[in-house]
Design a protein around this ligand. Sequence first.
Ligand code: HOZ
Length: 424
Amino acid sequence: MENRKLFERARSLMPGGVSSPVRAFKAVGGDPIIVSRAKGSRLWDVDGKEYIDYLMSWGPLILGHSNPKVVQAIKEQTEKGLSYGLTNVHEIELAQRVVSAMPSVEMVRFVSSGTEATMSAIRLARGYTGRKYVVKFEGCYHGHGDSLLVSAGSGVATLGIPGTPGVPEEIAKLTLVIPYNSVEALEEVFKRYGEDIACVIVEPVAGNMGVVLPKPGFLKSIREITRHYGALVICDEVITNFRLSKGGAQEYFGQDPDITCMGKIIGGGMPLGAYGGKREVMQKVAPEGPIYQAGTLSGNPLSMVAGIATLRELFELNPYKTLEELTKRLTSGISQILKEKGIPHRINQIASMFTVFFTEEEVYDYQSAKRSDTVLFGRFFRALLKEGVLIPPSQFEAWFLSTAHTQEDIDLTLERIQKALQSL
Ligand code: HOZ
């Protein structure tokens, strides 16, 4: 089969045959699929097999694969230049859209990935406060920057990588890790290190230990405690921006962070990240202020037009309610099927993202997420893949729906899951 041959070749040329670890299917077993193309809610591998896609490129594709308006915008731009290395009109337009949509963002800096956004935001928080410690939550993933890989989610959780090889201990020690959803732990850490803490970085809805929702009052407590001690809040909205609502999680939960990190949907499938926030803080970024951060391809017009076309379409469609209903149709169907099979499970869902955990108990932090039966998840994943349903190849990631998914897709997915479970 073409797929297997190509994967062997990929492995001889690229570590693990992939450009990012979670794609290697190591935690679920079996050969990773090599993709040939995708459109709407569907994706095809090189052997021509079709899948209903709920991986959706790990989140950016809220309009589905190759949305015609996004594709058209990119095509038109290719004739006008791929990169200028200078400010362009599209940057200004996208910046305007982001500032208007995200309640706490008054100024924005474009970068090329979510990792760059979080790394830069941490530097900004440290530079602004003149403090060194960063508080992060266990199981949250904020890209692969040195300070943020400590007790991280996503591929680090998926592959069970224990420490942070390559990150000097001196740097790792500056990241203080506490359990997600624990206000008590937050108070404790601030009592001990408060005057030296630059910031708390948080995924307002965790998406990298599987989907884990903030308990009522958790995000508010972060705001209050940081304000009391003069530290900043960095809200990592790389997954949630434009996913939970037009104004992201901060609009959804009424959160007021100092700095927000963005990625995925903002670039509509093109490489794009951004960080933004209060004017007073953002004015410390070079060249306005002394905190340096730069990038040759930052603000490149292709990513900008893809982002603009995506946000324009999304805001016109305003699909959030419909997407949520569709997602609930899928999650309640899955739950019903699993119940009938007597398989203990929990589904954490918000808006158009969710995770199926194979555990009886509530999942509210990384330790409770780890109680999920990951061996069973691996079998579930492989059975679904065989039936033509693609989900993230990890227990600790989110399934995503898009406006390209239809009710018929959901019903067909449920039929396929039902069939898949017969062999489980
Ligand atoms: N940002 C993704 C985790 N939620 C990982 C995508 C990848 O590593 O390919």
